[in-house]
Design a binder for this molecule. Structure first.
Ligand code: C2E
Ligand code: SIN
Ligand code: SIN
Ligand code: FE
Length: 449
């Protein structure tokens, strides 16, 4: 059985098909029914509701129609067993999951002096923040009594198929007269009033939504900018240190993804990990840039950097900065408890810090430093593997080793990407609101699979 809208559209050539927004649909369906109430008409009403939840918004109104009308039919999906409680003249008809009527929104009112059919089919829609208000429908509103009779016949056939009993009619479609002119006038008056009111409401809603969109975007821009400034203050005076933190960010995001973190957390660890060495701000360059090995005293000073970073990042309301705090504070802790500054052990160390600890060390090993040359991939693997369950949690180590190709591929991509660009340009790219670590992770995933 085809849908009501298609059935009626096929049976009459005089229908004016239009596109309606949800607001117009509410206005028109309410107006069509309001005539019944205004004149106390002993009418039949058939309504297609898609899902029963939509009917619930209207239940109070339909309790009135139930008393007023000869009979009311509510067609919907997900009708609960006790739906008809409190109703006397209303029949609830459950639609099957595959029914074409589930895509339609329709109201038919039929009475010897008045009839109206609003029949529409939903246009699968624009996805916006507030989707409900942007639903659109294709269809028509007709006050033609023959269309109403066709519509009633359609529903009766459906009821017969489903073997649903309903009251015997005490008047027949043949008795239908032409529309009384005052009904026609009234209905357009109602529609205008109600549309005006609804479009007004919709406008203010739309404005609110736009403001919210902007605020979210502003906020994101602001927080990315803040992180960029912090990173610039702490780390990347030069391209190498920018590359270092970006690789750590990428590697950490990748590991966190493999540990099953949700999207928000993955994005957070990418940005939060970039700040892991923020505390190096407070370490003299004479130590940071020393070409050779640090002596015990210098190394002691160096070991203050996690606490300095943590002090700067403490007490934030932002989720990502709180994560950055944990990472800055604990990225030199070791799984076996022999790290600094607090000597935390095992799961006492926040998981983000356990991840970044490994990403940081692996990147330090595989890169040139003022105090050391870059080690080969094999050598790096050998060093970190020897630290299983000592410096690094075994489970996290395994994830890194499994995805090492991806980590090295990112290294190469980053180099290629950065050719001919200034440090500022590269930094602006990764901290722009449009940058998405998921695009990066996804791209790599597709390349590797
Ligand atoms: P970083 O250079 O980013 O190194 C981070 C971590 O990677 C180090 O933390 C260490 O755990 C590991 N790592 C780096 N190079 C090696 C290596 O050759 N062998 C092994 N097994 N592990 C390595 P750590 O030791 O707490 O050092 C923190 C920071 O202190 C380093 O960050 C670096 O900025 C500075 N630093 C450490 N040792 C020296 C040094 O001998 N000379 C200078 N100039 N700076 C050093
Ligand atoms: C509503 O959106 O208020 C009901 C319309 C429908 O049946 O989808
Ligand atoms: C970089 O230039 O730091 C990234 C490339 C690499 O070290 O292999
Ligand atoms: Fe560090």
């Amino acid at each position: 059985m085809q849908g009501l809208y298609k059935y009626l559209e096929g049976s009459s050539s005089t229908l004016e098909i239009d596109i309606y927004t949800k607001a117009s649909m509410v206005a028109m369906s309410h107006s069509v029914e309001k005539v019944v109430k205004e004149y106390g008409l002993f009418a039949d009403i058939y309504v297609l509701f898609q899902d029963y939840k939509y009917f619930l918004y209207e239940r109070e109104r339909y309790l009135e129609f139930d008393q007023l009308c000869r009979q009311v039919f509510i067609f919907a999906e997900n009708i609960p067993k006790d739906a008809s409680r409190d109703f006397e003249n209303t029949t609830f008809v459950e639609l099957e999951a595959a029914s074409p009527l589930l895509e339609e929104w329709a109201v038919t009112v039929i009475h010897p002096d008045y009839s109206a059919v609003l029949a529409t089919k939903e246009i699968p829609g624009l996805q916006r923040i507030n989707k409900e208000n942007y639903r659109t429908f294709e269809g028509f509103l007709s006050l033609d009594s023959e269309i109403a009779a066709d519509s009633a016949a359609y529903y009766q056939k459906l009821l017969a198929q489903k073997e649903i009993n309903y009251l015997d009619r005490d008047w027949q479609p043949a008795e239908l007269k032409n529309q009384k002119p005052e009904f026609q006038k009234l209905i357009s008056l109602f529609i205008n009033d109600s549309l005006f009111e609804l479009e007004d409401k919709l406008r203010s809603l739309e404005e609110k939504e736009m403001r919210l969109d902007e605020m979210v975007k502003d906020n994101k821009e602001l927080s990315r900018e803040t992180m960029q400034k912090l990173c610039e203050a702490g780390e990347f005076r030069d391209e190498d240190s920018l590359f270092h933190i970006l690789r750590i960010g990428f590697t950490s995001a990748l590991m966190y993804r493999e540990l099953g973190a949700d999207k928000k957390s993955i994005e957070n660890i990418f940005f939060a990990s970039l700040l892991h060495d923020l505390g190096k701000i407070g370490i003299p360059d004479s130590i940071l840039q020393k070409p050779g090995k640090l002596n015990a005293e210098e190394y002691e000073v160096m070991q203050n950097h996690p606490e300095i970073g943590a002090k700067i990042l403490a007490g934030s309301h932002s989720e990502v900065l709180n994560m950055a705090y944990n990472i800055a504070y604990s990225h030199h802790e070791k799984w076996d408890g022999s790290g600094y500054p607090q000597g935390l052990k095992g799961e006492e160390i926040p998981v983000e810090a356990r991840i970044v600890a490994l990403a940081d060390v692996f990147d330090a090993l595989s890169s040139k430093r003022v105090y050391k040359d870059a080690f080969s991939r094999e050598k790096c693997v050998e060093i970190v593997s020897s630290e299983r369950n000592q410096h690094f949690q075994g489970e996290i180590l395994d994830i890194l080793l499994k995805h090492l190709d991806e980590v090295y591929a990112f290294r190469r991509d980053l180099k290629v990407f950065s050719e001919g660009k200034t440090t500022r340009e590269i930094s602006d790219y990764f901290f722009s609101v449009d940058f998405s670590i998921f695009e990066f992770l996804k791209m790599r995933e597709m390349i590797n699979s």
